[in-house]
Design a protein. Sequence first.
Length: 363
Amino acid sequence: ETTTPAPFTVIPNRRPASDEERWLAMEDPVFGKVFTDHMARATWRDGEGWTQRRIVPLAPLPMHPGAAVLHYAQQAFEGLKAYRHEDDSIHLFRPERNAARLAASARRLALPELPAEDFLASLEELVTIDQQWVPGTPGASLYLRPLLIATEPSLLVQPSDEVDYLVTASPVGAYIATGDQGASIWVSKGYHRANAGGTGEAKTAGNYAASMLPQLEAKAHGCQQVLFLDAKEDRYVEELGGMNLMAVRADGTVLTPSLSGTILPGVTRDSILTLLKDSGRTVEERDIELAEILEGIEAGEIVELFACGTAAVVTAIGRLVSDDFDVTVGDGSPGPVGAEMVGALTDIQYGRAEDTHGWLHRV
Ligand code: COI
């Protein structure tokens, strides 16, 4: 069915956080643990389409214990950020990409697609009403978490006839604390993230749920993050628990796994590939064997590894570890290409550099 976009009705929170509560909450927020005063919502019913577009006070969701999302994880989500510029204007970064990816995830999860106009309107209106929650400190931003959930009370394994769309907002700083050493990464041998034909390229809860046990395994080995290999041959590097991977060769070429259907098409991944090409570098998107990376590091041909994502931006990788190897990339410290990319990307996001690609969407 077709739906016509309509503005979101605003029902303001009568008891918003006081200035002092907000300042305290925003001082050094743990990623995703602080939430603003409002959330966006819309409701879909089979036959009716999307209705009840609204911005409401943040509150727990009354939900039937039989709601399909609780049993079969029929859901999809997004992650993007709003940035405050020096002139106090607020900008979303490439939100159209997130709209398109949420629609693609929705198709894979047999959920209704939310029109891009509604997606953008929900973000603009939520950020506007909660604008005091958008941090102005360097490196901080307002992380937006759009969500589609199947709410029909039904234990039948079939698409829900009721779906809720929600957006929460969280002031955030760094996702992973970065130091003068790059992160140590555990290469998972026993576990895989996604298989061909599965949900690996959709942004859906199950992929992240499946990464938690391997992530614990990583922690147990003194590593901050896990890197997955392909499920079919156990040979090619895919992605980390919530970030895409990039490798820099000594000749300056940058390698990254191609979007084969099992990895998430990251917006930060795409933006960095574009910025790398802008800076005259050669980028290779292709299958990359773990052996190529390990041998390359040993031979000094791979000189830098980093991970990238919306939440984490760029995380330098200093070490790759598994049962049968432990290799340090260069001297283990963050490399220049990752640093250059954080600079180039955040300069655009925070309005310090010209937005030549038209990536910013002013709220
Ligand atoms: C993001 O980067 O926005 C994600 O959704 C990844 C998650 C690990 C926080």
